[in-house]
Design a protein around this ligand. Structure first.
Ligand code: ADP
Length: 382
């Protein structure tokens, strides 16, 4: 009998589980608000409801054996009641709870002894005067909850701007040191029901305006740095007793210091290259983990790979046929188009992975340039 897996969230991360679900004989039932969300087309059944709609999750639970997440912005308190009634969440809710608030997440990582940027919680506007006294600008201000793709993250250059943003936004903030990183890195790690852990190659991620634009796999770092990052992943996943895939975002400074920036308790954009470039994709690995199957190999099936996000740059209903054809014609390219009916600036509409036979920074940059000059109109290209 096939496993019925509920997924909270019906965006592209759930959509990309489809091939692996077919391969493994897993039926996907999705909870998502809109008929035109990407995963509705691949789901066996959809329960319509926002990701934080616990009543919808109760209906979802009645239709499946296990529930997992493609989006962590859930109502944890309400879901705990379902977990107490026997609903099986993987990862379990206790593995999510220290992570959903960025301040709690930082505290959790620090308590584990993992390296993080200096930080403090801005509880009330008066804290600006008292707590910021010994800090140099720039600093980074982050909304504690519901931030993603740079929404809610602000690089602040002086006290006046800090007060302005804090007073404008009615939310709780975390303040942290601005890390003058050399590169941003990420690692995808999976942990099985039995506690086995596998990690994917460490990648370099490149953000623009705090949104991921590109990923280069593997990152050009030393074996010791790779080992350090793998050890961070092991410590974290074991400590939380995670079952499933997590994404870990990191900074590396010019002197080789590694700091953890953020944990995504689910599959992650930095692991999309694994669909085409690895023995087992992060999506298959996640399904394997949460369905209690053994984990599989994670190594690259090519020397290196680049992944470029195709971000919306206008409000439109276009399906961008001509650009998609040109992109798909690039040698060794794999295009993934999420089928969204509406484009908006910054919205992730698809991605392109190109497999390479060599690891050469200039070649990677040339192909990235080729892809982005096909995708973005000249006036939006930077
Ligand atoms: P989100 O949850 O919105 O993705 P992140 O914390 O990952 O927020 O921040 C988004 C981006 O902002 C990062 O990828 C990085 O480029 C930049 N950033 C975040 N924190 C810092 C920091 N402390 N120092 C320097 N840049 C940062």
């Amino acid at each position: 009998m096939s496993i019925k897996l509920g997924i909270i969230g019906g965006g592209q991360l759930a959509w990309m589980m489809s091939d692996a679900a077919n391969k493994l004989g897993v039926e996907l039932i999705v909870q998502t608000p809109n008929q035109d969300d990407p995963a509705v087309s691949i789901a066996q059944e959809t329960v319509f409801g926002a990701v934080d709609d616990a009543a919808a999750t109760e209906i979802l639970a009645s239709k499946c054996d296990i529930i997992t997440f493609e989006n962590e912005f859930v109502n944890l308190d309400a879901l705990y009641l379902l977990e107490q009634q026997g609903v099986c969440f993987r990862p379990r809710l206790a593995a999510l709870s220290p992570l959903l608030d960025k301040y709690h997440q930082r505290c959790y990582l620090q308590d584990l002894g993992l390296p993080v940027p200096q930080f403090f919680a801005l509880e009330k506007p008066e804290d600006i005067q008292t707590k910021i006294e010994n800090w140099d600008f720039p600093i980074v201000l982050k909304a504690r909850r519901h931030g993603y793709d740079g929404q809610g993250t602000f690089v602040i250059h002086d006290l006046a701007s800090l007060s302005k943003v804090v007073n404008q936004k009615n939310t709780q903030f975390l303040v942290e040191e601005f890390v003058p990183f050399k590169k941003e890195l990420a690692i995808i790690a999976a942990r099985s029901v039995n506690g086995e852990i596998v990690t994917y190659p460490v990648v370099e991620t490149q953000q623009q305006q705090q949104v991921c634009r590109r990923v280069i796999a593997p990152a050009d770092i030393t074996p010791q740095q790779v080992a350090e990052i793998q050890a961070i992943a092991h410590t974290l996943l074991n400590s939380l007793q995670v079952v499933g895939v997590f994404g870990i975002e990191l900074f590396i400074t010019a002197d080789g210091k590694i700091l953890v920036n953020e944990i995504a308790p689910r599959t992650h954009n930095s692991g999309h290259f694994s669909l085409d470039a690895c023995e087992t994709s992060q999506f298959e690995q996640h399904l394997r983990a949460v369905c209690g199957l053994p984990l599989e190999h994670t190594q690259l099936n090519c020397t290196s790979a680049i992944m470029v996000n195709l971000l919306g740059y206008e409000n439109s209903h276009s399906d961008y046929q001509s650009q998609r054809q040109q992109l798909a014609a690039i040698p060794h390219a794999h295009l993934h188009w999420y089928g969204k009916t509406e484009s908006r600036p910054g919205r992730k509409l698809g991605h392109l992975t190109v497999l390479l036979e060599q690891q050469n920074e200039q070649t990677a940059l040339d192909i990235i340039h080729q892809i982005e000059s096909i995708w973005y109109p000249p006036e939006k290209f930077s």
